[in-house]
Design a binder for this molecule. Sequence first.
Ligand code: CA2
Length: 144
Amino acid sequence: MKTVYILNGPNLNLLGKRQPDIYGHETLQDVEVACSKLVEAAGLSLRFLQSNAEHQLIDWIHEAREGACGLIINPAAYTHTSIAILDALNACDIPVFEVHISNVHKREEFRHQSYVSMRADGVIAGCGTQGYELALSRLIRLLG
Ligand code: CA2
C-alpha cells in the first residue's frame, strides 16, 4: 500500500493547548484523525509524525524519499531558517506540500520567508488545521 507522510515541526505538539487565537482549538491528534479518514478512503496509508528536532525531521524526509508517494510538511519555525530541510526535500522526487495553520504573510516579517516554498509543489497558509486536509485532497487528486 502506498504511504503518505505528514510531518510536523517544533512546538506543534502544543496545538490546541496554547495560543488558540492563532492556531485554533484542534489538537494535533484531531488533525491526525481527520487526515487518516481521507487517506484511508483513498486506499492509502498514513505516517503522521511530529518532532521538535531538525535532524529527526530530516531523517523522516529521507525515509519518505525511499518509501512514500507524497509528503506534506508543516516545518513550523524551521520553515524560516532551515536550509538543511530544503536540501532534504530537494532530494525527494515525490510531490511535496507545505502547510501553515496561520497566514504567515499576515504576521511578522521573519515569517514571510520560507526556504521550504522553494521546493514545495503547493503551499497552503491561513486555512487553520483544515489546511492539512486541503493539501491531502490535492495530493490524492495528483496521485489519482
Ligand atoms: O502557522 C503555522 O502553521 C506555523 O508553521 C506555526 C509555527 C510558526 O513558527 C510558523 O511561523 C507558522 C509555530 C508552531 C508552534 O505551534 C504552536 C501551537 C500551539 C501553541 C504554541 C505553539
